[in-house]
Design a protein around this ligand. Structure first.
Ligand code: PRP
Ligand code: URA
Length: 208
């Protein structure tokens, strides 16, 4: 799984434990997803090429390095990916976003697409935001939808996954770099991650 990077940082591990805690209520759950997304994004940008922007500073005009915001389109997978977008906007304040909604059929574990509103991706880096990679079906589906729009590159930021789903993505999409906060042990017979964080969409939006 060469294209899957588990981000081993004490802060990120502590935040994941906060998500696991069943006493973490939806507001803090969303806020924690937001914080983890910000750290994952910073990690994903570690070796990114910068552009020089002309800036007027206290001693006059000069050129200084910045991330080329226009190059990136952030795509949260609704619902559970939505709280991650706020964390990105805290770093890239003028970033573009597109939306894909997928729902896993909890009987068959197949993903169903019910909303696709992604802007043109030609010459862009598409960054997928979704907390969970369980069977990997949803991420695989999202990548297929995004690839049809011909982006230059795809990165996925995820919070908790299991080897089963991640190796599926790795085999089918070796060109997609996946940054994940925590690789957990396994899936249970209902396709939930063990130990995991429970149902991320329900916990984020206080539904059952
Ligand atoms: C969750 C999660 C992923 C998917 C992962 O979404 O956010 O998109 O499950 O499972 P998979 O790897 O087996 O496909 P869910 O379908 O529960 O929808 P929700 O975000 O609206 O709750
Ligand atoms: N979706 C979730 O929200 N949680 C899991 O553990 C698996 C899929």
């Amino acid at each position: 799984m060469e294209n899957v990077i588990e981000v081993n940082h004490p802060v990120i591990k502590s935040l994941v434990t906060e998500l696991r805690d069943i006493n973490t209520k939806s507001y803090v759950f969303r806020k924690t997803l937001n914080e983890i997304a910000r750290i994952l994004f910073i990690e994903a940008m570690r070796n990114e090429k910068l552009i020089n922007r002309e800036v007027e500073i206290w001693i006059g005009k000069g050129k200084f390095p910045v991330i080329d915001e226009e190059k990136y389109v952030f795509i949260p997978i609704l619902r559970a990916g939505l709280p991650m977008l706020g964390g990105i906007f805290e770093v890239l304040k003028n970033a573009q976003a597109g939306f894909i909604a997928l729902k896993r059929n909890e009987e068959t574990l197949e993903s169903v697409l019910y909303y696709d509103r992604v802007p043109p991706l030609k010459n862009k880096t598409a960054i997928i935001l979704d907390p969970m990679v369980a069977t990997g079906g949803s991420l695989d589906y999202a990548i297929k939808v995004i690839k049809e729009k011909n982006p230059e590159r795809i990165i996925s930021l995820n919070v908790v996954g299991v080897p089963q789903g991640l190796s599926k993505i790795s085999k089918k999409h070796p060109d997609v770099k996946v940054y994940i906060a925590q690789i957990d042990e396994k899936l249970n017979d209902k396709g939930y991650i063990i130990p995991g964080i429970g149902d991320a969409g329900d916990r984020a939006f206080n539904t059952e």
